[in-house]
Design a protein around this ligand. Sequence first.
Ligand SMILES: *Cc1c(COP(=O)(O)O)cnc(C)c1O
Length: 548
Amino acid sequence: MKSSAAKVKNDVSETVSNVKKEVAVVTTTHYNKKPGKSDPAMLNDQQKGKNDNMEVMYSSTRNKDEVVTASQAILKGLAENGGLFVPDHIPALDVDLTEMSRMSYRDVAYEVMSRMLTDFTEEELKNCIESAYDSKFDTPEIAPLTKANGASYLELFHGSTIAFKDMALSILPYLLTTAAKKNHVKNDIVILTATSGDTGKAALAGFADVPGTKIIVFYPKNGVSPIQEKQMVTQKGANTSVVGIIGNFDDAQTGVKNMFNDAKLAEDMDAAGMQFSSANSINIGRLVPQMVYYVYAYTRLIADGTITAGDKINVVVPTGNFGNILAAYYAKEMGLPIAKFICASNENKVLFDFFRTGEYDRNREFILTSSPSMDILISSNLERLIYKIAGNDAEQNRIFMKELSEQGTYSITPEMKEKLSEFYGGYATEEETAATIRKIYEKDNYVIDTHTAVAATVYDKYVAETNDLTVTVIASTASPYKFTRSVMNAIDSANDEKTDFELIDALQELSGVKIPQAIEDIRSAPVLHDTVCDKSEMEKTVRDILHL
Ligand SMILES: *Cc1c(COP(=O)(O)O)cnc(C)c1O
């Protein structure tokens, strides 16, 4: 009795000190226990079989022995050697869907997130949810559905930066600071983020002036829309830094990943009382909040009589880094009746080719399109799906990812490809995307942005090809006000003479939709960030910013 109590105490203090050390220094030790609770691996088979209350642990896609709790996974962001944290199981959503159709967004969020983030207490999680999903959103529905062109558009752009990244990034700072407190982390958390345009602003807005945090955002200097850039470089907050790089998004993402894996940098940071974490969609703290709105959308379709509980729906997701669509896939694993995941790409159609052939090949020209948040050739979150269809085999996955980084390509096995039958890949050209914006405006008087239009185009192609008329939800990922020039050019030409803000006023006249506060805010805001560096100088820039 006495000796076992002593052992428990010992484990706790050891874990606590490991947490600080590991997160900070990125050493090679692993934590696989959490303070005060039993090791899940110790549960006997009987408990395992029936127990959905079992703690969800997160392991690395590249090393089965690196296992952490949810809060530790959120803190670390990325596993060692570039691996991503994945849940060891996804508990069933054992709440009646019809009952959920009467719940608020916040209540649905609690039901979904509490099943995934099992080491957060009810009070902690509810605090995070209430702090995130409040009047920062311009509608109490948070994520409303609009019917147009034969589908339901799930509008994920009602948050403070008018793109879907707000759905997760408005809650991530709270999840992260709660996780730091739970794990007795003393260091300041430095958020290092690569952005194709929308993540950066949403992360800056979420973390600005949050005590105990700093945030550094890298964006491709010539690869984001003028409004996206203006939003970022006008960001207030003493703890914020914004850097344009001479390079594309993949360069920015690779540079950030390299810094995460740089032991010397981590050591210098720790000595200065800091440690990195990630706000990119590789952080499980981004993915879990994104599962919520698929469940919410489904229950709203029950509420308005479009479906009855249990009916299957299809979802169409305009895809870049594969985070949004993966969250839908995880929602299905939790029990949400989804038949098809329609993965829509722009002309950077790596994923379309992958779903068709089973070969992932990033060796191709990087194309700048009117949907810049999807201009990506390395879809990081696809790794989580590859790991899954490889039978949760970290070793096998690690080999694929090594091939990807060394040769730029890998091919999955026929058995793995069979497990992708729920996915349909499609893509839209620039001309098709513009034509869809115009068509839906003329037909339904509904203006969608370029990213959503990629999805709408692919959905039209899917229906034409398959005749599948299953009720469909299209993820509408940005406000048309964020990509005004492309949207207005699609609807009517002769805009060349007009400034971006003149076009914004024209869009309001044409759509009747009020100009969002996020746009009003940048009309006259001063530029506060003007750092630009070459893609090879990212680490040096970080060291300068952090005075290392
Ligand atoms: C980030 C983003 C996407 C792509 O989402 P992923 O999760 O990276 O696949 C699509 N549309 C918009 C507007 C975005 O900001």
